[in-house]
Design a protein around this ligand. Sequence first.
Ligand code: C2E
Ligand code: CA
Ligand code: CA
Length: 740
Amino acid sequence: MPIDDDDLFIEDDSTDDPSQASNAPVRSWKIAIVDDDEDVHKTTCFALQYTQILNRPLEFIHTYSKEETRRVFANESDIAVILLDVVMETEQAGLELVSFIREELKWRDTRIILRTGQPGYAPEEEAIRNFDINDYKTKNELTRKKLLTSLTAAIRSYEQICTIDASRRGLHQIILSSASFTFDHGIQAFAAGVITQIAALCGVPPEGLLCAQGELNEGENGQQFNVIASAGHYSRLMNCTIDEIGDVNIQNALTHVLTHRESLFNEHNMTLYFSGRGNRPLAAYIDLPYALSEINHNLLEVFCSNLGVCLDNLSLVNQLKNHAYRDQLLKLPNRLKFIDHINDLIKAKRPQQMLALVDIDDFAEINDVLGHHYGDLLLKAVADRLRSDLGNDIFLARISGDVFGLLGHQAQLHPDHLKQLFSAPFIFDDTAHAVSTSTGMVELSGYETDGAEALKDASIALKRSKTYQRGSYTLFTRKMGLEIRERATLMQHLHAAFDAERLFLMYQPQIELSTQRFIGLEALIRWRTDDGQMIPPTDFIPLAEYSGLIVSLGAWVLRTACFLMVRLQKAGIAPERMAVNVSVVQFRQDDFVENVRKALADSGLRPENLELEITESVTMASASMFESRLHELKKMGINIAIDDFGTGFSSLSYLDKLPVDRLKIDRAFVQQIDTPEGPRIAELITQLGKKLGLSVIAEGIETQTHLDTLQAMGCHEGQGFLIGRPIPEDMLLEWIKARV
Ligand code: C2E
Ligand code: CA
Ligand code: CA
């Protein structure tokens, strides 16, 4: 196909002398010429020889058919422009190639200029749009000048597309890489990541090193810059100082960057500057196979400042670590660090190691009365004394507010020695301040693994000292631990049992002694564990009180008993009263009366059919609150009995004022009837009840003698195994029928 050669040799400004090109590896634009006409290849090449476009030479790839092109392109990349013949082995060969390039190779940046001999073979406009064809030329139009114009336009547009793409990818990479920096492995791992990420960002191999001043996080002594990360053939320079690097250019570049605080870009390398606020600077030297474009410079700037933020975070993390392990007021290791140290000692299996917790007695009061400033001064003084007297062999930490932890050989941590430490008063503000301390100790030899466990045990011992005798010391014993742990396990199980409805009620009948009439029931709680074991309420009620579970537990007992009572009433076999035990803890709750009212309302039980049993010790403890609350209950019409009467310390005059219906003689006094003591106390209580106009009921009646004796002395009512054991609801019906 003839080409109009007239214009072919017109000089063009963009033609540069290739000899002027530098020695740097030259990057060229790849231009593919796809045409089945050999002449077209020749003339195109000839027309474009020595031509540079946008400062780069052209490199040609020649193919002659659709099939060949598919093969060649499969192993190619970065082709800037394709000059593509439309008609080759078939009329559609060129267009089919376009679809191959865009859809299969997914080359979206590559610009395509279609060429055809005959204008009649112009592709549909739609094809041009769909396949992103840049230009459409008849071969006649491909004079040198026109060729150059279209190629320049195509290459410029190719470069722009690549740039946009690169910066999009670059930004993505920066975001990814920033996120991938973790601080877990410290500054070195971080630095190694920096080199990798820069290389990935610029699409160059990771050849480089990273310098930082001294240690980044600790000490002021490191004035020298060291290589803290290195990759590629710089690996051997790890940990060298700048002076030891051995390459003057690199040394100079790093020194320049670190002193002038700016990045340096050269054709074959770059040296980047990273500043973190409050941090010592970092510099990275990276080899470049070719000069980087403007866009890469911009991206690197973003990267460097982003990394500056990362560095700040790194130093923050270090500060946090410092905070996490050091007490800021006293500049002592804190609880966490203390536990670490216990663990170390346990692991090292050093003999006769002791852990002591020293607590300043009444520190809270000192703080309240004399102020926090004084409190802080005192803490510092105590810390100083411990430090100076015990020396560096003892590990000293602040465990919490006014509790110090000591670790070391037991000879040095002798309790007498510790006590003597505080015998002299502390003097500050020209005044002497006496301080007493309580101490809890534990020997580390018994621990296999857990430092936290040892600390907990020492706290248990300390608590004992504080509760039983301030200013004393307690050595933790196995027994102490077992007791507490058993309680803790039992408590957990109790909570679970309540949730799983493993708790249930039994009911014990009460009768009128003179007539044997069935007059009441006492609801008694039971706990059967999953393996069938019965745990007595005397074991778990104190736990439930201690943990507060008694509040919901008690409410449940009350409601369950009320509802049963109503069922018995509906069956026509109910006695006069249902008695329910109430714990002090429960009674103290602000909404206790309200809860009782609600249980009655919800079940429909009348208040005169309910009796609350409250122990004697409780009634005397918090008198005024107790009194008004009792009056409230009494006003509602509820019966009140004082349980375990005789075991507490009732003031008789006080008892007179309380709105109580019944005294309940404790089982112990009924049992006494069989002993030399005899029925004395039971009789006394009965007399007392009569004087106060109260009914008296005896519990724990096991024998006919008990019953006869009590009846003879005028005790009104009774309950006990002789009359009936506590039984579950389903056996109650039978018991009542048999009775009647
Ligand atoms: P308590 O209120 O003095 O209850 C009487 C206890 O004496 C019950 O023991 C009962 O089974 C037992 N008992 C009855 N008759 C005889 C007898 O003839 N001989 C002997 N040896 N014992 C007899 P239980 O059921 O083990 O309850 C023990 C304590 O647990 C109760 O003493 C009560 O203080 C507390 N308790 C039981 N249920 C509850 C409850 O629902 N709430 C609260 N707060 N405490 C409860
Ligand atoms: Ca009772
Ligand atoms: Ca009792």
